[in-house]
Design a protein. Structure first.
Ligand code: FPP
Length: 253
């Protein structure tokens, strides 16, 4: 993988300058859907769709910094995905292990910072160790932040935030009246990250499926019929171009 050595600030300024489309999204979040249908259409086992899906992950991670994207969040495993057959869950965890084992050094060399959202403590010990190592190794990188959502669901995240706030109230650390949006955001898994500007979902489905429900309150949504294994650099650029044409109003006007 080689990342384009684009100067992100220059690119952002140029895009925002007026003669091109608007500024690129700082944070893009993707619901990677359609691996199973991709495999089914080829009479292949579902795992082949997921494997091809990892290749698409590589392509978008490689392309994103050159498009001016600062944070890329990928919905890799939802808190509801445990309901899938055990062998599929095991395949997905195996692909995650393989991805972490084989890609981290190159991601690090390319200046990518890794973060993870979701209840990762519930993953197996070897995976949580790999996540810790990846997070620590890449913590100081600044080219782009890659956020993998693992055992993530917004309901679960907001329940964990609620419990943390309740504990803080019970301990006298915060008054109920002092709980504001900033207090919630500081306790979200995404604390410190900008909210997603653009949420993309592949495979023709048009729903958020428990993904970044708080954070995506003002995100632009782009739905594409492309199945995730077919998604790549050009598809990401097209979604960013669509975003750049949108008129964002944040409830004003
Ligand atoms: C949805 O397709 C996709 C998933 C549930 C998992 C996404 C995982 C990957 C792309 C691979 C692992 C990622 C990393 C970062 C290692 P689906 O199976 O729901 O497709 P379908 O709706 O067509 O059945």
């Amino acid at each position: 993988m080689s990342l384009r050595p684009a100067n992100r600030d220059q690119l952002r300024d140029a895009l925002a300058a007026g003669d091109g489309p608007g500024a690129p999204p700082r944070h893009v979040a993707i619901i990677m859907d359609g691996n199973g249908r991709w495999a089914k259409a080829r009479h292949l086992p579902r795992v082949m769709g997921h494997r091809k899906g990892v290749e698409a992950v590589r392509k978008v991670v490689e392309a994103a910094p050159g498009l001016g994207i600062e944070v890329l969040t990928l919905y890799a495993f939802s808190s509801e995905n445990w309901r899938r057959p055990a062998d599929e869950v095991s395949d997905l965890m195996g692909l995650l292990r393989h991805y972490l084992r084989t890609e981290i050094a190159e991601l690090h060399a390319n200046g990518i910072r890794l973060r993870f959202i979701g209840d990762t403590a519930a993953l197996s010990d070897d995976v949580t160790l790999m996540l810790d190592q990846a997070r620590t190794l890449t913590a100081a990188n600044t080219k782009m932040t890659l956020v993998l959502a693992l055992n993530y669901g917004s309901h679960d995240e907001l329940l964990r935030v609620t419990r943390a706030l309740a504990a803080d109230v019970a301990a006298g650390r915060i008054a109920p009246a002092a709980i504001d949006a900033a207090a919630v955001e500081a306790r979200l898994d995404t604390a410190g990250l900008p909210p997603p500007d653009l949420v993309i979902r592949t495979s023709g489905e048009q729903r958020l499926s428990n993904f970044l429900m708080w954070q995506a309150a003002y995100a632009e949504l782009v739905f594409t019929d492309e199945l995730w294994p077919d998604f790549g650099a050009a598809s990401l650029a097209a979604a960013v171009a669509t975003f750049s044409q949108r008129d964002r109003r944040y409830g004003g006007r």
